[in-house]
Design a protein around this ligand. Structure first.
Ligand code: FAD
Length: 425
């Protein structure tokens, strides 16, 4: 068996290749290599065209079959098709196994459709399916192909730019520790506390799931049956849901899933302020600064910041998604595009005109203001919930802050929003 990872030139030259994700990926590969070495094997590393490199390894090792984990973006599918053709030309067996999701896209479909457009009926069917069996890693992975192993490149040779200072460490070992610790300490309270911004009680497994450090089947299996498992498993179902949408609608990252005739505003200054976390709305700025500092953002803050961009500033969701894409370690085509479209009202939300009122959300999910103070240092001296509305401070205090005034008039909500009134959550 020759465990192989090919650093795909096309991906390395695309906008997927950002410092946070590549740093995380290199951690994953180092950890995987160490685990394979402990089992008497190794990780073989190549870079270039995935199909050509794979077929060269097949020939070098005299292999009879190639096993890959299936993926669902349009690019991944094209690559898989090319690999299928190359294998069939050379008389090599190709096994594509499900692995990225709990239930494969297309495994459950509604009557008369090729995918579910609404989450609830999908989740009902999803929950009724028996889980795929959980396979253990083999104790030994002996290797005697005689092939060169290949070096793992340095991050600086792959991408320019800096990594977020508090980026998590990648890899299966870290993923397992995290999952075990989190199941023991936080699963039970997840239903009540997953929206608590300051409490930070979610699993933070998303980048590990994205990079395949831990299988979603394992996450479900290890949580199932424990108190509090339901709401957590439901989130993993959301992940599968977006993957089946992407598989059926490959243009999801680019085109409105449900076009609604938006004429987004051209507001480079607003976009820049949002990216920098200087909109003057503390909860929005805290989320954006968490993203820059950690390469991660709490889900509630993702909802609030994305809603602010698309429904307060009325800026195209693609521009917001691109910025998240630049920084998120868990940046994932299906989840990023699916969630952005959900928030923008062009996706799978059954209430497309929902908007998150950032002030209301701040008081509800960061009632003591600790989340804002953690990330917005200019406001760290303001006690309690007053931190959410610095414009209400006495003028002298307000003027002493090195913090911008809010530039969006939330009283005058966009009357141009298609479909009429925005319902505020
Ligand atoms: C605008 C926006 C963009 C997003 N972009 C991404 C992205 O690029 N990659 C990504 O993995 N998630 C994305 N999400 C979904 C969600 O915010 C993250 O998965 C979650 O915050 C990760 O934190 P966690 O692992 O602690 O989650 P937990 O609350 O512990 O949930 C467990 C797992 O369930 C999955 N999950 C949770 N919520 C969602 C969701 N809404 N959609 C899909 N899967 C979910 C994740 O894999 C997560 O690790 C986005 C959400 C929004 C609103």
């Amino acid at each position: 068996m020759v465990p192989l990872f090919v650093l795909d030139d096309d991906i390395l030259q695309s906008d997927y290749a950002r410092p946070n994700r590549l740093a995380f990926l290199l951690d994953c590969l180092r950890d995987l290599r160490a685990a394979l070495r402990e089992r008497g094997g190794d990780l073989f590393v190549r870079s270039g065209d995935v199909v050509a490199e794979t077929m060269a390894v097949v020939r070098g090792a005299g292999a009879q079959a190639v096993w890959v984990s299936e993926d669902y973006s349009s690019y991944a599918r094209l690559r898989q098709r090319r690999l299928e053709e190359a294998c069939s030309r050379d008389g090599i067996e190709l096994e594509m196994r499900p692995g990225a999701t709990v239930i494969e896209p297309g495994a459950i479909v509604p009557i008369g459709g090729d995918h579910f457009k609404v989450f609830t009926p999908y989740s009902r069917k999803w929950s009724a399916l028996p889980p795929r069996p959980l396979l253990r890693a083999p104790r030994r992975v002996p290797e005697d192909s005689g092939l060169t192993r290949g070096r793992l490149p340095a991050l600086s040779s792959l991408v320019a730019g800096t990594v977020s200072p508090e980026l998590s460490t990648g890899g299966e070992s870290e993923a397992r520790k995290r999952l075990g610790r989190w199941l023991r300490s936080s699963l039970e309270g997840y239903g009540d506390r997953h929206d608590d911004l300051a409490g930070d009680k979610t699993s933070r497994l998303s980048p590990y799931l994205h990079f395949g450090c831990i299988s979603p089947v394992e996450a479900v299996a290890r949580a199932a049956g424990k108190p509090g498992a339901g709401p957590f498993i439901r989130q993993l179902c959301w992940r599968d849901f977006h993957h089946q949408v992407l598989a059926a609608a490959p243009t999801l990252p680019r085109a409105d899933y449900r076009p609604r005739g938006h004429r987004w505003s051209d507001d480079p200054q607003g976009l820049q302020a949002w990216k920098e976390g200087r909109t003057g709305v503390p909860i929005v700025d805290a989320g954006m600064r968490q993203l820059a500092r950690e390469g991660f953002m709490h889900n509630r803050a993702r909802l609030v910041t994305a809603s602010f961009l698309t429904k307060d500033l009325y800026i195209d969701w693609r521009l917001g998604a691109a910025h998240f894409w630049d920084l998120l370690a868990d940046g994932d085509i299906a989840n990023n595009a699916g969630n952005w479209q959900w928030v923008a009202g062009t996706g799978n939300d059954t209430r497309p005109n929902r908007m998150f009122n950032p002030i209301r959300q701040a008081h509800r999910f960061d009632p003591a203001g600790d989340y804002v103070r953690r990330y917005v240092s200019e406001l760290s001296g303001i006690r309690g919930a007053a931190v959410h509305e610095p414009w209400k401070l006495p003028e002298d205090k307000r003027a002493a802050l090195d913090y911008p005034g809010a530039f969006v008039d939330r009283g005058a909500l966009r009357s141009s929003f298609p479909g009429g009134h925005l319902g505020q959550d």
